[in-house]
Design a protein around this ligand. Structure first.
Ligand SMILES: Nc1ncnc2c1ncn2[C@@H]1O[C@H](COP(=O)(O)OP(=O)(O)OP(=O)(O)O)[C@@H](O)[C@H]1O
Ligand SMILES: [Mg+2]
Length: 315
């Protein structure tokens, strides 16, 4: 056998390597992929500096940690936000505050002078602008000063963007190049695999790789089905999205409907409490307690004290 056993087939739309009938891939084509191997020292210059990207959510920035050595002892200190260049997965059932948190991130980053790309998959772009404006006002910013720094990609109105990932990538790349953005929000990724849920993992993997390629710090919102256990990170149908992303934050709401709940949460029967927890983050240390969370009358998500502190309080 010689090296001609693989031919280019240009008959179809796409080119691909196609083995000739009865010929298998040759042993000579195997071997180590040397470019994939480096020592840690060689990678030092490519290393990503561990810095915090403010989340816009009061109380959340200090839940991510950084370790440093002081007189030979490891000290942890707040990172001050999501880790730079991380893909953050924000998941929870409906009406838990995910979109508010995504909008708060976009506003906070725009206020810090960062161009932000907001891919809306659920609500058409004009509705998102209304929400962003509300969030900006509640956060004390003049939206007029930020609006030019936020670019919306309307995948809710333009279904092609939801159904055709390469076109979504081309659109994103176009915006990244022209807008020099390093912050992306996708609300929600669930809408990108609707009715083809068995492809969820593959789609999220490609989105994740694309964010890495363009050096994005990204927030991916995903929707959990209400049947799923409240505070687990298992996204819709258990598609293991959390295994792909760098960090998962779970938000939940719980109806106080027993005396046990009343004692635990110190809230009356019939009230709804909201909860938040960082389920995991592979890029930095983090708080792993379940915290109370509230949505202010102005529509801002705010992280409260850990649930164990509330539970330990005397009635
Ligand atoms: N301006 C506001 N003032 C008070 N509460 C608000 C305000 N805006 C939103 N909320 C409350 O916050 C809840 C959460 O809103 P959000 O849109 O973030 O939900 P979500 O988790 O994204 O839900 P879904 O999965 O359905 O998109 C709303 O259902 C509403 O109860
Ligand atoms: Mg939402």
């Amino acid at each position: 056998m010689d090296g001609t056993s693989f031919v280019r087939d240009t008959a179809g739309e796409k080119q691909y390597d196609k083995p000739r009938k009865g010929v298998t891939k040759m042993a000579e084509e195997r071997g180590p992929m040397l470019e994939s191997i480096s020592t840690a020292a060689e990678l030092k210059d490519k290393r990503v500096e561990l810095t915090g990207v403010p989340t816009g959510v009061e109380g959340l920035d200090s839940m991510f940690f950084l370790s440093r050595l002081e007189h030979g002892k490891a000290i942890t200190q707040p990172l001050g936000g999501y880790p730079e260049r991380a893909v953050i997965h924000l998941t929870g059932i409906s009406d838990t505050g995910k979109s508010l948190m995504a909008e708060q991130f976009a506003i906070q980053q725009a206020a810090l002078g960062q161009p932000v790309v907001f891919v809306t998959v659920e609500s058409p772009a004009p509705f998102i602008v209304t929400g962003l404006q509300e969030r900006a006002t509640a956060m004390g910013y003049d939206f007029k000063e930020l609006e030019n720094r936020i670019v919306l990609i309307d995948a809710a109105t333009y279904g092609t963007l939801r159904e055709n990932l390469p076109i979504l990538f081309d659109t994103l790349a176009h915006v990244y190049k022209n807008f020099k953005a390093h912050r992306t929000v996708i609300d929600s990724i669930t809408g990108l695999y609707e009715a083809r849920e068995m492809m969820a993992r593959q789609i999220v993997r490609q989105l994740f790789n694309f964010m890495k390629k363009w050096y994005q710090t990204a927030v991916f919102v995903s929707q959990k089905r209400s049947g799923h256990e409240e505070l687990t990170a298992e996204a819709a149908g258990g598609f293991a999205v959390s295994h792909i992303v760098d960090c998962t934050v779970v938000v939940a709401k719980h109806l106080i409907n027993s005396q046990y709940d009343q004692r635990l949460y110190k809230r009356p029967i019939g009230e709804v409490v909201r909860l938040i927890r960082i389920d995991g983050c592979r890029l930095c240390g983090h708080d792993s307690e379940t915290h109370l969370m509230e949505i202010t009358p102005g529509g801002l998500v705010r992280v409260g004290p850990p649930l164990k502190e509330i539970a330990a309080k005397k009635d």
